[in-house]
Design a protein around this ligand. Sequence first.
Ligand SMILES: Cc1ncc(COP(=O)(O)O)c(C=O)c1O
Length: 397
Amino acid sequence: MGEPIPLAQSRTAVPLATVVQNLQPSGIREFFDIVASRPNCISLGVGEPDFVSPDAVIQAGVEALRSGYTHYTGNQGFLKLRKAISTYLQNEYSLAYDPETEILITVGVSQGLDLGLRSLINPGDKVLFMSPSYVSYRPMTELCGGVPVEVPVTAESDFLIPLEDWSSFGRKGIKVILLNYPGNPTGTSPDKQYLEEFAKIAQKFNWYVISDEIYADLTYDRKHIPLATIQGMKERTLLLGGFSKAYAMTGWRIGYACGPAEWIRGLYKIHQYAMLCAPTLSQVAAIAALEEAGEDKDKMKEEYCKRRNFFVKALNDLGLECKLPAGAFYVFPKIEATGFSSMEFARSFLDKENVAVVPGSAFGKAGEGYIRCSYATSLSDLEKAITRLERFLQKGI
Ligand SMILES: Cc1ncc(COP(=O)(O)O)c(C=O)c1O
């Protein structure tokens, strides 16, 4: 793995763009760096699977290289992969996207997010998302000249904007809503009724929605419901999906964006100049994931589900309140009662017990009072983490 570039704040003569100068370093990064330097540290910090990619995926990637798949692909990505994604969405959700015109292969959901925003946002346009949120939403919005509208949400409303509050944003010049469910960092996922009510309001106010559904396949107790399946939403939704999480393929950098042909053409226009294409071997590997790694995916999901059930119960037993999250691999317990800020809590826990969690404040101001723990780590490490947490709470921070 490459060394991180130091984020020194020192002044240099390089006239960085103002928007870049003003970008804040990610609050998660600090913890990655510390964890990397500490032996025997249990990390509940990282947002990526502890599993390696399924065998079929690795095999397909290696064979792709050996067979000469070392060139660019067409800008839109292999048609075979787009067809496989289209078939998957059809079979799984009865959601029809034309692989020729309505699907673009991207470099992870990260690039889909960037393209989705850049294709719609004029300077000053407002982008609404709930806070706490995935760390990239604010900076990505700012980088394309948009104005982030962060709406604080709490555990009491399941980390969702209460339905009766949505209309109040209708007259505030919002152009895009950025949704993410199951959510990072909270694991929350709205039910069908919530999505249907939201959909009515989105249509009334002509909002366009970028729906980051990267954790769709990691929904545990019920089936995920893509926003685009809700009446009237397919025409105004960009569905972002990917392979990083459910297939344990973070390093392959592969994802997809699906939406109305006109919107996908907009993404494509940027992508053809800014990226050319997603990595060729990863596209081949992604086809193998969809065609051959379904069982591996299910097994990993089963394992996450066991860990979630264990961990949530253990946290609540220790008095750190949290609801059972519907999906993803995070829990977001309240630590407010300890009287410490989320940063103090995370630093002290790391210092005293060698366990890394992410302070809720890394996900926006509204994340204060919580910590994010990832259970994409072995059950035995989770058990050890709970023992250490119990000791930590008993001794006092
Ligand atoms: C909500 C969310 N969206 C997007 C991403 C980035 O995914 P990818 O690896 O596909 O770029 C992440 C990664 O943690 C995430 O949590």
